[in-house]
Design a protein. Structure first.
Length: 167
């Protein structure tokens, strides 16, 4: 009986040692990995860009559903804004690939602040299930996105005015 009890205690000590040692060795190897890992900024940037591209589809559909339910009079406006935005972004993306478009801030700080404010208002209204607030905020958001489309259009126009005229 003493032998079994002794083996049981040794097994417990061994298990405790393995459990304690495991996380400690992971910490050391994580530190080593952090020191030797090189930055792959392009890969991270591509993932970030893809994330926004995929999330845009979800956000657009969410706005479409909200509009159909709470502001049906704005449904066509939202579809036009979205279509125009997608076309302008495609043109800007192509210009960037050709090297015609340099990096630069498209959205002003004022636009970003207003966007943040409107999104917070919409989130609050959705959380409270306040249909009246939702139906009031959606047209404001759409007007705000129309302003962004105008900025995109100005950038596209500046590209076309910079191109040489062919007679």
């Amino acid at each position: 009986m003493k032998k079994i009890h002794g083996l049981f205690i040794i097994m417990q000590l061994l298990v405790v040692f393995v459990v304690v040692q495991g996380p400690l060795s992971n910490i050391v190897s994580a530190e080593e990995a952090a020191e030797t890992k090189e930055c792959d900024c392009y890969k991270d940037h591509a993932k970030h860009k893809d994330f926004h591209k995929y999330m845009r589809v979800h956000k657009d559909f969410y706005f479409e559903l909200l509009t159909e339910k709470f502001a049906p009079e704005s449904a066509e406006q939202w579809k036009m804004i979205r279509t125009e935005r997608d076309l302008l972004m495609k043109k800007l993306s192509e210009a960037k690939k050709r090297g015609e478009l340099l990096h630069g801030e498209v959205k002003s700080e004022e636009w970003k602040e207003q966007h943040h404010f409107l999104q917070k208002q919409l989130t609050k209204a959705v959380k409270e299930r306040d249909e009246k607030k939702i139906s009031t905020i959606l047209p404001q958001i759409f007007t705000h996105y129309e302003e962004l489309n105008k900025v995109f259009q100005q950038r596209v126009n500046s590209l076309s005015s910079a191109e040489p005229q062919v007679d």
